[in-house]
Design a protein around this ligand. Structure first.
Ligand code: PLP
Length: 344
């Protein structure tokens, strides 16, 4: 069976160019700061997001958590969007690893009202934890790949700075935001003190993420990465693929966005619960409510037909387009969606 895998852009396989670069990479011991390919990736990545320095980390989760740890002290409170990855999908790591607690603010498809962020910042009071960090997510995963508007990021960043707080951007898919809006990633990242982005999602590298910030921040983050077990040795074999990801794979994300839009438009015509206007990047959120079916049932029926995706709630499934999904795959998936809706 010809599988159409729309579970996540993490399933992308490295390109041939990546595999060649990996095989030929110049390497050294990166814990000693001696891997020339890692050094090259880190300086390229820092430049692309407009920061002084960057750090190559094994995963996005480690990158986010290294940043939380580097920005906070035990007992602090961190303001997070209620559906954000850092809060929803990272196994409670900020509590376990950094000893901080999360204060959630509910956004609209991931976009927080700056006033709600302001209200969530703690006053000085002997009973209260200290608020030290706000985290943002762009594009927003559970928000359906929503791009946080630049003005929204700016407003929240300014409120944070008025109160002496730092801002961390979970920019796992920040280059999807760049491609969707034409606003360079570095403009978004100007409204954050640190940023994490993934090489291993739509950019198709096999492994790895980047953390970027000031030179001083990255120096402390490097130490925390070591403590968490993320100090890697001849990591240049992985960084080599990351360099190809950043230099060759960014602009093609537009194809994934076009495919997601097409899926949304056609699914909406068939009667699935989709608003194509909500599709800004490479994700499509589909409500199964109009079908009077729960999300798990749709996942199972389509899985039997070789079309894979995940449920993200009891009545919503998420389809993610990526480099290994062609236009033909989209049409094939749509045929199965049509047959399923006709059969009920
Ligand atoms: C995937 C993802 C992460 C974590 O990346 P991993 O490499 O899977 O640990 C963090 N934030 C967002 C928004 C993500 O989508």
């Amino acid at each position: 069976m010809n599988i159409v895998d729309l579970r996540s852009d993490t399933v992308t396989k490295p390109t041939d160019e990546m595999r060649i670069a990996m095989a030929q990479a110049d390497v050294g011991d990166d814990v000693y700061g001696e891997d020339p390919t890692v050094i090259k990736l880190e300086s390229l990545a820092a430049e692309m997001v407009g920061k002084e320095a960057a750090l190559f980390v094994p995963s996005g989760t480690m990158g986010n958590q290294v940043c939380v740890m580097t920005h906070t002290q035990r007992g602090d409170e961190v303001i997070v969007e209620a559906e954000s990855h850092i809060y929803y999908y990272e196994v409670g790591a900020m509590a376990v690893l950094s000893g901080v607690q999360a204060r959630t603010v509910r956004g609209v498809r991931g976009v927080m009202d700056p006033d709600d962020v302001r209200k969530a910042i703690r006053d000085k009071n002997i009973h209260f934890p200290r608020t030290s960090l706000v985290t943002l997510e762009n594009t927003h995963n559970r928000g359906g790949g929503k791009v946080l508007p630049l003005e929204n990021m700016k407003a929240i960043y300014e409120i944070a700075k008025e109160h002496g707080l730092n801002v961390h951007l979970d920019g796992a898919r920040i280059f999807n935001a760049q491609v969707a809006t034409g606003i360079p990633a570095k403009e978004y990242c100007a409204y954050a003190d640190s940023v994490m982005f993934c090489l291993s999602k739509g950019l198709a590298a096999p492994v790895g993420s980047i953390v970027a910030g000031s030179r001083e921040f990255i120096e402390r983050a490097r130490k925390n990465r070591k403590m968490l077990g993320g100090g890697m040795r001849q990591a240049g074999v992985l960084a080599a693929a990351g360099i190809v990801a950043l230099t060759k794979m960014v602009d093609r994300l537009a194809e994934d966005h076009d495919n997601a839009k097409l899926l949304a438009i056609e699914l909406a015509k068939m009667g699935y619960g989709v608003d194509p206007d909500h599709v800004e990047t490479n994700m499509v959120m589909v409500s199964t409510d109009p079908l009077h079916m729960d999300a798990g049932t749709l996942v199972r029926k389509m899985h039997e037909r070789g079309v894979l995706f995940n449920a993200v709630s009891s009545s919503t499934v998420r389809l993610v387009t990526h480099k290994d999904i062609s236009r033909d795959d989209v049409f094939r998936a749509l045929e199965h969606f049509e047959q399923v809706i006709k059969s009920i």
